[in-house]
Design a binder for this molecule. Sequence first.
Ligand code: NAD
Ligand code: MG
Length: 398
Amino acid sequence: MQSFYFTMKKRIAILGSTGSIGSQTLDVISSNNDIFEVEVLTAQSNADLLIKQAIKYQPNAVVIADENYYNHVKQSLSPHDIKVYTGSVSLEQIVEMNTIDMVLIALVGFAGLKPALNALHHQKPIALANKEVLVGAGELIMKTAKENNTCIIPVDSEHSAIFQCLHGEFYNKIERITITASGGPFWGRKSEDLQTVTPKQALNHPNWSMGNKVTVDSSTMMNKGLEMIEAKWLFGLSPSQIEISVHPQSIIHSLVHFEDGSIKAQMSLPDMHLPIQYALSYPHRLKNSYKRFSFSDYPSLTFFPPDTNTFRCLSIAYHAIERGGNIPCCMSSANEIAVEAFLSGQLPFLQIAEIVEKTMQQIFFVEKPSIEDCLFTDEESRLIAKTLITKQKSKICQ
Ligand code: NAD
Ligand code: MG
């Protein structure tokens, strides 16, 4: 019986429950409802889905971040005993509830930073999907987790793989890690082939079905850049210990190389339910019926060095990780703006990298950023990136 290890149900707050990771987390909870229960659900503006989820899972509270939808959510949930809150401050404060045992953060971008910090300050273990939080303020987040003796369990498949490989290896040093990358929908193409890429083409990922922002990041390979920085903070590594390898089948999710030359890898079919489930049930493994890997379906697993000339976002991320300070934060926030502009048809695909790079050149460098420095860098980077995009558009129109 699965609940053998668990004496009480684990009460989970899901920040970003209407998204790709959020809804898959609800699937995992549904399949293990003797072990987990939903305490909080939150969404930005998808009020109808939030209402549906709340009626099904009966959480203690929900937050609809966009205040325009508050009345609709409040009225729809009035027959139920569910508290309804709104606004970004509520999103930050909701994690303090003493009935929450774990906070799963599946927001997109810098928006997850304040709720993550607040959860750690209140000693709530975090299951972290929202990688931009560690890219934007990794040092602060890790320091806050340590000071509050609270753990951060990775949900991102590569980091979950490394985390799983490190189980039982507490005293053994990591020589280096290899983060695998699918290569995205444009792997094998050259810059000349990518000039006319449309949002629809960039959103067509070969192996994973994910939210729009992370899917575009996968197509530019900025996703791997963000993940490299995420790994640096989670596992205390230097940039030279992190290697990227393109592995188009997405079966080996990442590898850890130890000092004796041994290499551990974690393998499974590409399905985010597995790392989500592991983050919720850690250190236990729960039986499930997800499709299993078979060697006969994958007669060869292949690996290639990344093409940083074509996928310039990756070389920009190498620069950001080396430079450190507030530069990764700037890179990530500028990238959020550039991806938004690309998705709304205002910026050509190849100019995502250009906007990010130029923003990084213009930002004021802070070597040891405080929380205020991170917040300022985020705001300022968005402004610079938006100005650059407007200039770019007027150049194209001339
Ligand atoms: P998504 O766009 O599908 O969902 C995002 C969720 O967060 C939604 O519920 C949305 O309402 C909410 N949200 C977004 N912005 C918000 C804001 N400013 N304030 C409040 N709520 C907000 O995204 P996703 O694909 O689930 O990705 C979530 C995070 O997990 C990202 O950081 C992504 O990089 C990471 N991740 C995703 C996958 C995946 O398979 N989807 C895999 C690995 C890592
Ligand atoms: Mg990943």
